[in-house]
Design a protein around this ligand. Structure first.
Ligand code: PRP
Ligand code: URA
Length: 206
């Protein structure tokens, strides 16, 4: 399933992020706000279980989330989506995957992994602003599956058709959520029109 979350607030904020004149502070703040808006939609199908509670007026059957949520940002840039999602799901646990893309070959390289226990029973959200060739996301999902995760959602800001296809081919069971599906990759593997290098713009490293 590919869900492109068309929403005027997301589109407006993403346009601010795409603008090359937007500096680190505004880039980061808009990413954080979009993450929260996306989380609302991504969580739409989280399972609930009934619980008996007492309101001030008497007994009531309420509902609570029945699965643990685990957010897994792909370092570095995925960190920019973490706080916004956690504001909506404050009980979520957090795992990390460190992955960088070789600038020549565009191949992903893993350099760090740390996960909470019991991924088998959790809804795992893998988050990264950019889905370009899809190499990083495909490897990240494979790694999480090896640790037992069965219910995985991939949440990215901007995707290229090439990256979407790669993930759908390697992991047809994973739902993909995007704020925008862009036109293509350029000859150095960047998304066009995209927003440039997300990690560098979040952390001010270029
Ligand atoms: C970027 C981005 C994704 C990856 C996407 O990270 O945040 O993780 O590239 O490209 P792909 O779909 O072709 O694999 P980068 O490797 O630049 O690392 P960074 O987050 O540390 O900047
Ligand atoms: N990584 C980014 O940060 N931006 C792109 O356009 C592609 C990969």
């Amino acid at each position: 399933m590919l869900d492109i979350l068309n929403h005027p607030l997301i589109t407006h904020k993403l346009t601010l992020m795409r603008n090359k004149e937007t500096g680190t502070k505004d880039f980061r703040e808009n990413l954080d706000e979009i993450a929260e808006l996306m989380a609302y939609e991504v969580c739409r199908d989280l399972p609930l279980r009934p619980i008996n509670i007492e309101t001030p007026m008497g007994p009531c059957i309420g509902h609570e989330l029945s699965k643990e949520v685990v957010i897994v940002p792909i370092l570095r840039a995925g960190i920019g989506l973490l706080d916004g999602i956690r504001r909506l799901v404050p009980t979520a646990k957090v795992g990390f995957i460190g992955m960088y893309r070789d600038e020549e070959t565009l191949e992903p390289h893993e350099y760090f992994a740390k996960f909470p226990k019991n991924l088998e029973d959790a809804v795992v959200m893998v988050v990264d602003p950019m889905l370009a060739t899809g190499g990083s996301a495909v490897d990240a999902v494979s790694l999480i599956k090896k640790r037992g995760a069965k219910n995985i959602k991939l949440v990215c800001l901007v995707g290229a058709p090439e990256g979407v296809k790669a993930v759908q081919k390697a992991h047809p069971d994973v739902d993909i959520y995007l704020a925008a599906l862009d036109e293509k990759l350029n000859d150095i593997g960047y998304i066009v029109p995209g927003l440039g290098d997300a990690g560098d713009r979040i952390f001010g490293t270029k």
